[in-house]
Design a protein around this ligand. Sequence first.
Ligand SMILES: NC(=O)C1=CN([C@@H]2O[C@H](COP(=O)(O)OP(=O)(O)OC[C@H]3O[C@@H](n4cnc5c(N)ncnc54)[C@H](OP(=O)(O)O)[C@@H]3O)[C@@H](O)[C@H]2O)C=CC1
Ligand SMILES: Nc1c(N[C@@H]2O[C@H](COP(=O)(O)O)[C@@H](O)[C@H]2O)[nH]c(=O)[nH]c1=O
Length: 316
Amino acid sequence: MYVVLSCAASIDGYLDDSSDTRLLLSNAADFDRVDEVRAGCDAIMVGGNTYRRDQPRLRIRSADRIAARRASGLPEHPLRVVVSRSVAAVDDWLAYPSIDLALKDLEARGVRRLMVEGGADVLAQFLNRGLADELHLAVAPRFVGDPRGTRLNGIAEATLAEVTQLDQIVVLRYLLRDHAFMRQAIELSKLCPPSDTAFAVGAVIVREGKILSTGYSRETDPTVHAEQAALNKIGDAKGATVYSSLEPCSIRKSGARPCADRLIEAGIARVVYAWREPPLFVHGDGAAVLKDVGIEVVELTELAAEARATNVMMGP
Ligand SMILES: NC(=O)C1=CN([C@@H]2O[C@H](COP(=O)(O)OP(=O)(O)OC[C@H]3O[C@@H](n4cnc5c(N)ncnc54)[C@H](OP(=O)(O)O)[C@@H]3O)[C@@H](O)[C@H]2O)C=CC1
Ligand SMILES: Nc1c(N[C@@H]2O[C@H](COP(=O)(O)O)[C@@H](O)[C@H]2O)[nH]c(=O)[nH]c1=O
């Protein structure tokens, strides 16, 4: 499930002040942007406090977006979800006593894209546990400065992917989960025994948010590739995602089995790489080979320079 976190904050990071009235930080254009994000999701989640304090509707406002959803066979609105140990949700709301139970049941209901609209407590848990793929943060041009207000917090590293200005609001789109694992793969690439004739690559294999295995080039013998080293350590990688700092190889000078073939054989569902293979040693086309058999392939071009930097033979 792809998870998008969304909120609006003041310059000093508040989502709300301590007054009884709901603080509207977004402007009309930003609320319309949020509406569009909602329309692209299967479910929207909030925490118990937001549910109680805001009594949110979480409905799509635009008639055109509702019509477009209907035309593509979707329900008019995404599912509405609250996580709470105490709330018994009414109407068509789904209530879950834990985030894990919510994610499990929503997955079973066919939810592919979940939007989490807050509040701070729930957002922090998604951030801290590495459960989110993106954060959309709208920054409003004001300070709140209320020590009893609600502040955005959490521990996570993010990569800035997009900046949009909507009049006085700046919308920052950050990428989270893929980037955290890719950074780990890049760190692993720094462990590779040096070579002038082969790339330094790191790989991490992940299933359901948990690391199954890791590897790096030349880890166990002078010819082993990172993905291969990681795959060799586990029996079952079916359905997993492989993060590789370099595009998996589709051809090897030595005649050894290319990593793309190994990934296909292992039943890998998704491959994320940062640096497209340059035509230095061979003319590889691993991404296309993987896509051809239906594997989802994601290229994180914004981390390519970091992945390349480990490879001194490429020059500055
Ligand atoms: N500016 C913005 O974009 C947004 C602002 N807000 C504001 O944020 C404030 C609310 O934020 P905050 O106080 O942090 O609270 P949350 O909305 O994050 O809700 C926290 C509550 O969610 C439930 N909960 C949290 N984690 C779990 C878990 N793991 N399992 C089960 N239940 C869980 C609990 O509910 P319970 O107590 O019922 O058990 C907990 O008290 C409001 O003032 C709201 O207006 C909210 C969303 C967006
Ligand atoms: N205040 C605030 C947001 N608040 C979020 O919007 C929810 C209300 O949705 P609805 O009832 O459908 O309008 C509310 O519960 C909270 O999750 N969102 C934003 O993008 N910007 C804002 O300034």
